[in-house]
Ligand binder design. Structure first.
Ligand code: IDP
Ligand code: MG
Length: 169
């Protein structure tokens, strides 16, 4: 058994187009387990770190605006970790090719993606493409306690004077 974890993001266009339920239904065909899920306000820092490998691409700044939600006036993305046998390949297969015009029309990106007039691929979801990328991305988007299985080694850390917002009551 080669259990893998993969990061899945429903990007702001997917949320704006009300595709969340549809995408989750498609992904459930894989029989993989969701082991973490949350809505995220994507900061500039998180966006740039997530797409650091593309920083020299001409579409980089537009891509940062896209993942932050600036193109869809809703500043959020849904982040999940899917886990199970061959998770990375199974999710990539259902997602389809990066370019929505080239993606299989029955894939998620083929069915719902588009290319903007500025040439950016708005392709509805993100999914990790290999195990090292998955590990880097999952550790970027999630803290260990947000994931219900132990995916990677952890260590105890004592944090002094961490300022957090807590419930007033
Ligand atoms: P992936 O999302 O299929 O793994 P990456 O190469 O990691 O593809 O690119 C990240 C994102 O950047 C893509 O999902 C897409 O939104 C955008 N992108 C990638 N390549 C291009 C391109 O050539 N033109 C426009 N947008 C692109
Ligand atoms: Mg990628």
């Amino acid at each position: 058994m080669n259990n893998q974890a993969t990061l899945v993001l429903i990007k702001p266009d997917g949320l704006k187009k009300s595709l969340t339920g549809n995408i989750l239904t498609r992904l459930s065909e894989t029989k993989l387990e969701i082991v973490a899920a949350k809505m995220v306000r994507v900061t500039d820092e998180l966006a740039r770190e997530h797409y650091a490998h593309l920083k020299d691409q001409p579409f980089f700044e537009e891509l940062i605006n896209y993942i932050k939600g600036d193109l869809h006036d809703r500043k959020k993305a849904m982040a999940m970790v899917y886990w199970g046998e061959g998770a990375i390949g199974k999710v990539r297969q259902l997602a389809g090719a990066t370019n929505p015009e080239e993606a299989d029309p029955v894939s998620i990106r083929g069915a719902y993606g588009r290319i903007t007039t500025k040439g950016l691929y708005e392709n509805v979801i993100h999914c990790s493409s290999n195990e090292s990328e998955a590990r880097r991305e999952i550790q970027l988007w999630f803290a260990p306690e947000e994931i219900i299985v132990e995916l990677y080694p952890t260590k105890e850390a004592v944090e002094k004077e961490v300022r957090r917002t807590v419930w007033a009551k």
